[in-house]
Ligand binder design. Sequence first.
Ligand code: ACO
Length: 320
Amino acid sequence: MPARIIGTGSYLPQRAVSNKELEKWVDTTDEWIRERTGIEQRHLAEQETTTSMAVEAALAAIRDAQIEAKEIDLIIVGTVSADMCFPSTACQVQSLIGADCAVAFDINAACAGFLFGLSIAQAYMQAGMAQTALVIGGETLSKMMDWQDRSTCVLFGDGAGAALVRKQERGIISLVQGSEGKRGMALTCQNRPVNNPLVKNDTALDHTRMDGREVYHFAVKTVPKAIENAMEKAGVASGEIKYFLLHQANLRIIESVAKKLGQPMEKFPTNLQKCGNISAGSVPVLLDHVNRSGMLQRGDKIVLAGFGAGLTWGAAVVEW
Ligand code: ACO
């Protein structure tokens, strides 16, 4: 599997909003949010946009990898909250970081967006179509929330994370992905409805809606299986994995996955307490936090796993 992560970066909006502050906006309590999810605060965009955060994360990853933007030949942004329908976030990032030699496009795989982006980058490399890829997951989910709906708005945050991936002999050992469109209505946000001279439609833009229990049950069943499949494909036992970096949706989901895999919670670093659920940004932001805090040594084996709307999921075993 010829692709290695050679640098990471992330960006969170300046403004952090605590659960206590949320109590003023919506009928909820700090206690309920902590007990049910583990979340204590999230960062919400004020001046920031999905593109601006993706650019900051990308620049940090470029500095970390010590490469030039012009060496990047592929940019993939996983996002469900692009600033514009077009041009893509990836094309805007390309322009703003000066990665003039890159092919750039966005993908929508919700919270699995970063894992799907890694898969595409790796496939490009296997096909000889790319050498150095910038894979970003970034979201401004706060603009897609109904701030009267306490069952969703307390869960999410804004931010972006990025990884630079280079064609090399060692690195990503295995990747698995899956989708189950039949259950997709468990987590939705409508795009613009048909509106033209034939059909008049002035309905307001939709917000994020979620059947939390359905998504919860999907996650605790599917994620351990996906991780087991990825480890089997890699020929790596769970005991050999230093850290499992999971999508940061809910602490209870992570605890359940740890239990099912028979692994201690110390192997599951979390930052959802401070960031909430950043959808496609979740896994790369956590990866960057773990990388920057010096927790990873060359040769360590880690698992990355994301899951979310679609429904979609992905898991990877990576040698650092
Ligand atoms: N504050 C206070 N009370 C609340 C809140 C809130 N923010 N939200 C819901 N409640 C109430 C409900 O109204 C309900 O009250 P009732 O019993 O009087 O009817 C009660 O709390 C229980 O509600 P549930 O929805 O049953 O709570 P649950 O224990 O299932 O937790 C949660 C909800 C946290 C959303 C959980 O189901 C979950 O984490 N699901 C998974 C979400 C997820 O992983 N999403 C990831 C994908 S995101 C993406 O792809 C973009």
